[in-house]
Structure formats: structure tokens, C-alpha cells
Design a protein around this ligand. Structure first.
Ligand code: FEO
Length: 169
């Protein structure tokens, strides 16, 4: 069985991961409106990753004999002024998620659930990768992309991103 406080913290994080999926779906819709197919593809992969993150915790909670309690998903923002603004939001969001995973690990530590700490280690490493991926796109947008040609080239590059189902835990 899993500690009640930790179960609640896992359920809150499952909600945060589904919110992330929803947030990126909203960005997907924005890039669809702008007809930036590569950026749209990048968001599609991101959404699938967030879904996998949520389901990883969902399955883990079940496996540990906990109860999954789904919560309402907050309405995400739906308008941005530019792709740069979108990616600034993505980085801020991922940094926030990293702080949440750290806090969740603190709860696992507090209740001395070593198995959960070890499980969550995968998520921490994933956050390092996520922040780095987003940071790279943001750097290109900030430093190089001040014309439409660059945006077009970057769109072509982001079109090559593919989803690889993660092996969690
Ligand atoms: Fe599930 Fe992007 O963190």
C-alpha cells in the first residue's frame, strides 16, 4: 500500500501531467492556425510525451495498490503573439513541472517510500532533457529567428521530431 499523503501528491501530479498535455494541445491549435506544420508536429510529440508521463504515474499508483482519482483539468491559455512567446511559456511550464517533481520526491522522502523515490528518478532525468530540448528551440528563436526565412527553416527542422514511447521507471 502507498501512504495517503503520497497517493494524493501522485494524483495531483497526474492531473498536472494531463494539464501539460492539454496546454500543448492548445499550442498545437495555435500553430495549426498559423499553418506552421513543423511547430505543430513538435507540439504533437510533446502532447504524446505528457500523456505517457501521466499514464506512467497512473499505472504506478495502481501497481502500488493506490487509488487513482482524476481531477478537472484547468483551461489552458489559447492565444500567443508569436512562436517565441509560445516557447517562452513552454520553458516556464517545464521549469514549473521540474519543481513539482522535486516536491513530489520530497513527499516520497518524507514518508520514507524509497521505491517511489527511485521511480520518480526517471521523471527528474526526463525533466532535464525536456528543459534542454525546449531551451534549444528557444535559443534559436531568440538569437537567430528575426525573419520569416529562419522561421520557415526552423519549422522544417521541428517537422522531423518523432515520438518514441518512453520506458518509465
Ligand atoms: Fe511531463 Fe513536460 O513534463
Amino acid at each position: 500500500m502507498i501512504n495517503e499523503k503520497l497517493e494524493k501528491a501522485f494524483n495531483d501530479q497526474i492531473n498536472a501531467e494531463f494539464y501539460s498535455e492539454y496546454f500543448y494541445l492548445s499550442m498545437y491549435a495555435y500553430f495549426d492556425r498559423m499553418n506552421l506544420q513543423g511547430f505543430k508536429n513538435w507540439m504533437n510529440v510533446q502532447m504524446q510525451e505528457e500523456h505517457a508521463h501521466a499514464m506512467g504515474m497512473f499505472n504506478y499508483l495502481n501497481e502500488r495498490g493506490g487509488k487513482v482519482t482524476l481531477q478537472s483539468i484547468e483551461q489552458p491559455k489559447s492565444d500567443w503573439s508569436s512562436p517565441l512567446e509560445v516557447f517562452e511559456d513552454v520553458l516556464k511550464h517545464e521549469q514549473y513541472v521540474t519543481s513539482r517533481i522535486n516536491a513530489l520526491m520530497d513527499v516520497a522522502d518524507e514518508v520514507k517510500d524509497r521505491a517511489a523515490v527511485s521511480f520518480l528518478d526517471w521523471y527528474l532525468k526526463e525533466q532535464v532533457e525536456e528543459e534542454s530540448n525546449v531551451g534549444n528551440v528557444l535559443k534559436t528563436l531568440k538569437l537567430i529567428c528575426n525573419d520569416k526565412n529562419c522561421l520557415y527553416m526552423l519549422d522544417k527542422e521541428l517537422a522531423t521530431r518523432t515520438f518514441v514511447a518512453p520506458v518509465i521507471g
